[in-house]
Design a protein. Structure first.
Length: 363
C-alpha cells in the first residue's frame, strides 16, 4: 500500500478480505490518518475453503527451464459477504443509499442486527456525492461493488456495515479458537472435535472473546440506561447479546470444525512451513496471521479493560514458535526417523531428480 499510495486518490476504492481484523485500522493509522485524503474501503469475509496444490512433476518451459504447475483447489462451498465502510468525508450515507438505512441503523425499514437483510440487486443506486443526473460513468466504489456482486459462483452478498462488522467479529472469535490451536497441535480442523482437552481450550477462548466483544459492541451503542427501580439495561439488543454469548460462539466454532474437518487452517499451514524450513536456508518461510487474530482480540481486551489470559497465552506460544524457528532452527527437536525429501533441478536434462534420504541420529 505504501508503494501504491501515490497512485491512490480519495475516490479510489480498496477491498480488504483477511483472516482476523486490524488491517483497515492499521492503514488508517499509518498511511491515511487524514480522512480527507483516505480512499473508500470495502471490507469482506469469506467462508469458502481453498488450498494451493502443486504437483510433484515439473514440465519444461520454452526458455529451457522447469516449472511446477500450481492450481487452487476449492475445498468447501461458502459465501463472500461485503460491507462498505462509511464515507470518511461524510458526504454520502452508503447504507442509506443501498438499503434505505442511515448510519445509525434507522431508515425507511424497521432495522435490527438479527433481521435478514436482502443484498441490493444490480444495477446499484448511485453512490456518488454528486447529484447531477448527467453522470454517465460509475465511481470506483460503484464499479468495484458491481464487479464483486457479479461473482455469482462465489455466492456474494452485500450487508449494511453494522451487520458486516458483527459478522467479522463472529468470524474473529472462531479464528481465535481454531487457528492457533490447530497450528500449535499440528492437526486438521476435525481433530479438535474429538478431544475433550481441545474442547476445554476452545470454550475458554470463546468465553474471553464473548466478554470482550460484548463490551466492545456495547461501547459503540447508545449509553447504558438505568430504570427507576435501579435495574441497569444493556444498550445491546437481545439478538446481539445472544449471538455473542459463549454458547453461541462455541456452537459456531464447532460447526465450522465439523464442516471443514479435512481442512488445514491457514495458521496450521503457516506453522507447518516453519517446521519444514531448511535450517541452513537464508530465506524466510514467513510468519503467521496471529497478530491480526489472537493479537487483535488481546489488544481489544486491553482497550476494554478485560484480561484475556488464555488468548494471550496462545498468542505468546505462536509468536515464540515463530521466533525460535526463525532465530534458532538448530535448537528445534526433529524426529530421528524423519524422511527428508529434496529436489534438484537438472537444467541441462530438463528433469527433476527426487532424492529421499533417511536422517538418523544417535542420542
Amino acid at each position: 500500500m505504501q508503494q501504491l499510495q501515490h497512485r491512490l486518490r480519495p475516490e479510489s476504492c480498496i477491498t480488504l478480505i483477511q483472516n482476523g481484523m486490524g488491517v483497515y485500522d492499521e492503514l488508517c493509522t499509518t498511511i491515511w490518518p487524514d480522512p480527507v485524503t483516505r480512499p473508500q474501503f470495502i471490507l469482506g469475509s469469506t467462508t469458502h475453503g481453498a488450498r494451493l496444490w502443486t504437483p510433484k512433476k515439473a514440465k519444461p518451459t520454452s526458455g529451457g527451464g522447469l516449472e511446477f504447475e500450481r492450481s487452487v483447489v476449492h475445498t468447501g462451498e461458502g459465501e463472500v459477504v461485503f460491507g462498505v465502510v462509511p464515507d470518511p468525508r461524510r458526504e454520502v450515507d452508503y447504507d442509506q443509499r443501498l438499503f434505505g438505512l442511515d448510519s445509525a441503523g434507522n431508515g425507511t425499514q424497521q432495522y435490527s442486527l438479527a433481521m435478514p437483510i436482502d443484498s441490493p440487486r444490480l444495477p446499484l443506486p448511485s453512490l456518488s456525492p454528486s447529484t447531477s443526473n448527467e453522470r454517465t460513468t460509475q465511481t470506483p466504489l460503484e464499479a468495484t461493488l458491481t464487479a464483486l456482486l457479479s461473482l455469482h459462483e462465489l455466492n456474494p452478498s452485500l450487508l449494511p456495515m453494522p451487520n458486516m462488522y458483527r459478522s467479522l467479529l463472529q468470524k474473529l472469535a472462531v479464528n481465535c479458537a481454531v487457528n492457533p490451536t490447530t497450528g500449535l497441535l499440528a492437526v486438521l480442523n476435525g481433530a479438535l472435535v474429538g478431544s475433550p482437552h481441545a474442547g476445554w481450550l476452545i470454550r475458554a477462548i470463546v468465553e474471553e472473546c464473548s466478554e470482550v466483544m460484548t463490551k466492545y459492541l456495547a461501547s459503540l451503542a447508545s449509553p447504558t440506561t438505568t430504570s427507576a427501580d435501579g435495574t441497569t439495561h444493556s444498550p445491546l439488543d437481545p439478538e446481539t447479546v445472544a449471538a455473542f454469548s459463549p454458547d453461541s460462539l462455541e456452537r459456531r466454532t464447532l460447526q465450522v470444525l465439523a464442516t471443514t474437518a479435512r481442512n488445514t487452517s491457514s495458521m496450521a499451514s503457516d506453522m507447518s512451513r516453519l517446521s519444514l524450513a531448511n535450517p541452513n536456508s537464508s530465506t524466510s518461510s514467513g510468519g503467521t496471521e496471529i497478530e491480526y487474530i489472537t493479537g487483535y482480540l488481546a489488544r481489544l481486551g486491553e482497550r476494554m479493560g478485560i484480561p484475556t489470559p488464555v488468548n494471550r497465552t496462545m498468542l505468546e506460544l505462536v509468536k515464540g514458535k515463530e521466533e525460535i524457528y526463525g532465530m534458532s532452527p538448530g535448537m528445534v527437536v526433529r524426529s530421528p526417523d524423519a524422511r527428508v525429501e529434496t529436489r534438484r533441478a537438472n537444467m541441462g536434462k530438463k528433469k527433476v531428480v527426487e532424492k529421499q534420504e533417511t536422517v538418523t541420529a544417535k542420542i
